[in-house]
Design a protein around this ligand. Structure first.
Ligand code: AMP
Length: 143
């Protein structure tokens, strides 16, 4: 899908926001939702999205909406650092399929980086749901 185009209200993350699809939730506020990536690149890989902005990517979102997302990104990154003690934290965001985007509802990846342990983007297998929930619970204790 191109970098320009219409927002599809039936994309996976819109369904998660509506409650039509499950997620392992880590954090939610008035504007944003954070949940575990089910194909994690590392332990603690999370996604942060806006709940109302119909933005496919960074180019579409309002500045207020972007600020609300980034506020949550920082909050979750700090909690992941405290809970999981990674060696570093990678924040990524892709715009358009040629750039690597696969879900067309704006989202930021928070990817804890541990020495010698990081799968490439969109390469991992599906996570064990109990392990994901346990990691989410650890991060929640630092929020
Ligand atoms: P991107 O390639 O940047 O669009 O990232 C989409 C991300 O969403 C990938 O890292 C996927 O592993 C992740 N993903 C896809 N479906 C789900 C889902 N149902 N719940 C959680 N994460 C998902």
């Amino acid at each position: 899908m191109s970098i320009t185009g219409n927002y599809d209200t039936d994309n996976i993350f819109a369904k998660i926001v509506r409650g039509d699809m499950p997620c392992v939730k880590v954090y939610e506020d008035e504007h944003t939702l954070a949940f575990m990536d089910v194909f994690p690149q590392s332990r603690g890989h999370m996604l942060v999205i806006h709940k109302r902005e119909q933005a496919r990517n960074l180019l579409d979102v309002s500045t207020d909406g972007l600020a609300q997302i980034m506020n949550s990104v920082q909050k979750l990154a700090r909690a992941a650092e405290q809970a999981l003690k990674p060696d570093g934290i990678i924040i990524t965001q892709f715009n358009g399929a040629p750039a690597g985007q696969t879900v067309f509802h704006l989202h930021f990846h928070i990817i804890p980086k541990y020495e010698g342990d990081l799968k490439p983007h969109a390469s991992g297998g599906m996570a064990d749901m109990d392990a994901l929930a346990a990691t989410a619970d650890l991060i929640k204790t630092e929020l």
